[in-house]
Write a protein that binds this ligand. Sequence first.
Ligand SMILES: NC(=O)c1ccc[n+]([C@@H]2O[C@H](COP(=O)([O-])OP(=O)(O)OC[C@H]3O[C@@H](n4cnc5c(N)ncnc54)[C@H](OP(=O)(O)O)[C@@H]3O)[C@@H](O)[C@H]2O)c1
Length: 126
Amino acid sequence: MVTNQIEYHPYLDQMPVIEAARKAGLSITTYYGMADGRVFIDPVLHAIGNRHGKSIAQVVLRWLLQQEGLVALSKTVTAARAAENLTIFDFELSNEEMALIHALAKPDGGRLVSPPGLAPEWDAAV
Ligand SMILES: NC(=O)c1ccc[n+]([C@@H]2O[C@H](COP(=O)([O-])OP(=O)(O)OC[C@H]3O[C@@H](n4cnc5c(N)ncnc54)[C@H](OP(=O)(O)O)[C@@H]3O)[C@@H](O)[C@H]2O)c1
């Protein structure tokens, strides 16, 4: 399998690269889903989690995996959180909830990983 590993979280619109990958038959592997901890204080994600009885981490991972062709990387040093993060196949986000999370993307990109000298020229949509 061929994959493109990219930063992707609710604050960064990555639709151009995701759609390009879909057209090319590639998968997308995502990292930084928790946006360096920013998701954990987000009221929209908190409200969606409450509705389903799920944590914010579970909502974010479910949002990632509910998008066609995506593989989500995540990590935790806590065993209980690892188990929690795997328990995301017993609920489904509605189309409206998916859209609410997509709408958190910032016009300025919200990109967290862009090391000088290594970063490419990012596409204009992000
Ligand atoms: N970040 C990058 O730039 C990057 C680039 C390429 C590859 N990767 C790889 O991608 C993998 C994922 O790393 P990531 O940084 O992208 O992971 P991430 O899932 O976005 O963030 C992990 C952080 O979220 C916390 N966390 C995870 N589950 C949680 C939960 N249920 N409740 C509360 N906090 C939770 C973890 O804290 P605790 O550990 O304290 O639980 C950790 O600080 C790693 O193997 C990494 O090496 C990362």
